[in-house]
Design a protein. Structure first.
Length: 174
């Protein structure tokens, strides 16, 4: 009974899963692998998925499998040597992965900067956090901290000079 039901779902949704896989990866071969992973996972969890949610479950599982596929590919750092459309798509994906890594490195640097500033001076940290992370205006920050804007600007200036002194080389590298 389970096999027959699985077969029905497979026939109904296989094309959809393949289309999503090809659209997102640009490769029919990768889409086949993703489709296979999705339906294996579905077979294992089929009893716990409500009938009216099967399509949504399969789509979500497909998207998760695609993310896993890109994570795996970024670890392997495969070199693309042909110039087909799928290769161009893979190059775009590789570029996006590189940008994601740069963003993560920048977030790491920002975290280290904020921790260092917080350890050095709590007032500088508050001003930097409100300005850079929360995106508040000078007037909003001054109101929250109950200080004049001139004091706020002085704290922000001193915090920036401290950061420049401590992390100047790393910012130039970025």
């Amino acid at each position: 009974m389970k096999d027959k039901k699985f077969e029905e779902y497979f026939k109904r949704y296989c094309d959809l899963i393949m289309k999503i896989g090809v659209d997102k990866t640009g490769s029919y071969h990768d889409a086949e692998e993703i489709c296979q992973q999705v339906f294996i996972s579905f077979y294992l969890h089929m009893d716990s998925v409500a009938e009216d949610l099967v399509k949504a479950w399969l789509i979500r599982c497909t998207k998760n499998a695609i993310v896993d596929h890109y994570r795996k590919a970024s670890r392997q750092r495969e070199v693309v040597t042909d110039t087909s459309e799928s290769a161009i798509g893979n190059i775009a994906v590789d570029r996006e992965m590189e940008l994601s890594e740069i963003r993560l490195d920048n977030l790491d640097l920002m975290g280290r900067v904020l921790r260092t500033v917080k350890a050095a001076n709590q007032q500088w940290f508050e001003v930097l956090f409100m300005s850079c992370v929360e995106g508040l205006s000078y007037a909003e920050m001054a109101g929250k901290l109950n200080v004049p804007e001139t004091v706020l600007r002085a704290r922000l200036y001193r915090a920036r000079m401290f950061i420049k002194e401590k992390f100047g080389d790393e910012f130039r590298d970025e």
